[in-house]
Design a protein around this ligand. Structure first.
Ligand code: NAP
Length: 322
């Protein structure tokens, strides 16, 4: 029987697994370091169709995993794929197993592979940042996605901040004006990098205030861990001041998780995203891509899930043709 691997356990990976398992392809899914991917750091998902009251990110991912396993997906939890190489007879994966005593992993050849490793929002690396993002709820008020989190009640009619000066930051700031009392767009320089039209919309918007030449140097929370303020550092004078905000949204770019593909020969674009044609096919036969690892524009759970479905259908056709 032909073999199929899926790398990644976000909405794209699980959806690919559901479709492939129901097609009797017995997929093996490498779940990576954090099973569930980016949604594990989101508290409430309110825009995934079918959940009128919203659903917690981890609960949505657990439900997708259960559905994939119900149809026979073999899940390799804690297995992080380190390399993918083309061989004469297929694609060889090598991985580390974080749950094995010595961290060693394995190696296996597959006829087809779906890459659904996602992209990671970039953060500043400030002290205490990890506690906002570990899904525990110990600290709240930091997000890498305004469209995902901006409509949450905690941000309604509150002053919010967006960090960055590119199209993502501008898009986040404009989106948040629907909910916030005021949006502070904090940029480290005195000119936006964003496209002219986005920059114009931001600069002319009455609810957006530009904070030029500034970076964040600290987050401040109340005794329940809720964001209350940030410290801003002027990049020209070095002076510091505090700004009261109830939410901070990072818009400093994303990093597609494609480093493990460097020896695969598969084309990546300038920013490291997988290049695809004909739906979800890459230039390497048998290698397919789905979700944020190939999408720098939409980056939504529902679009990733849709691409996971497409990749599984195309992988199935490819395996039939073999
Ligand atoms: P980007 O264009 O690389 O912009 C990143 C921004 O974050 C820059 O302004 C950068 O500042 C700032 N930044 C980076 N590291 C920082 C740090 N450590 N501290 C403070 N600021 C930092 O990324 P992007 O906005 O995500 O866009 C990526 C690509 O997707 C672009 O090609 C963009 O056009 C596209 N995109 C398009 C749309 C749309 O058309 N609707 C929406 C989103 C994204 P500097 O300017 O000083 O470097």
């Amino acid at each position: 029987m032909p073999s199929l691997a899926i790398i990644g356990s976000g909405p794209a990976g699980w959806t690919a697994a559901i479709y492939a398992a129901r097609a009797n392809l017995a997929p093996v899914l490498f779940a990576g370091e954090q099973t569930g991917g980016q949604l594990m750091t989101t508290t409430e998902v309110e825009n995934f169709p079918g959940f009128a009251e919203g659903i917690a990110g981890p609960a949505l991912m657990a439900a997708m995993q259960a559905q994939a396993e119900r149809f026979g997906t073999v899940v390799k939890a804690g297995c992080v794929v380190r390399s993918l190489r083309r061989q004469a007879d297929g694609l060889e994966l090598a991985w580390d197993d974080l749950y094995s005593l010595d961290g060693s992993g394995g190696q296996q050849r597959f006829d087809a592979v779906i890459v659904a490793t996602g992209a990671s929002a970039r953060y500043l690396g400030l002290p205490g940042e990890a506690e906002f993002l570990d899904g525990s709820g110990r600290k709240q008020g930091l997000s890498g996605c305004a469209v995902c989190d901006g409509a949450m009640p905690m941000y309604r009619d509150q002053p919010l901040a967006v960090v960055g000066g590119g199209d993502s930051a501008c898009e986040e700031a404009l989106f948040l004006t629907k909910y916030a009392s005021r949006v502070h767009l904090i940029h480290r320089r005195d000119a936006l990098r964003a496209s002219a039209i986005m920059a114009q919309r931001v600069l002319e918007h009455p609810s957006i205030e530009m904070v030029w030449n500034s970076t964040l140097s600290a987050y401040h929370t109340d005794d329940q861990g809720r964001m209350q303020a940030v410290t801003l550092r002027d990049t020209v004078t070095g002076a510091e001041r505090d700004l009261a905000v109830r939410g901070v949204f990072m818009g400093i770019g994303h990093q597609p998780n494609t480093a493990f593909l460097k020896d695969s020969g598969v084309p990546l674009d300038e920013a490291g995203y997988l290049q695809v044609s004909d739906g979800c096919r890459t230039a390497v036969p048998g290698l397919f891509a789905a979700g944020d690892v190939r999408d720098s524009v939409y980056r939504q759970a529902i679009t990733a899930a849709g691409m996971g479905c497409m990749a599984a259908l195309e992988a199935g056709r490819y395996l039939d043709e073999l």
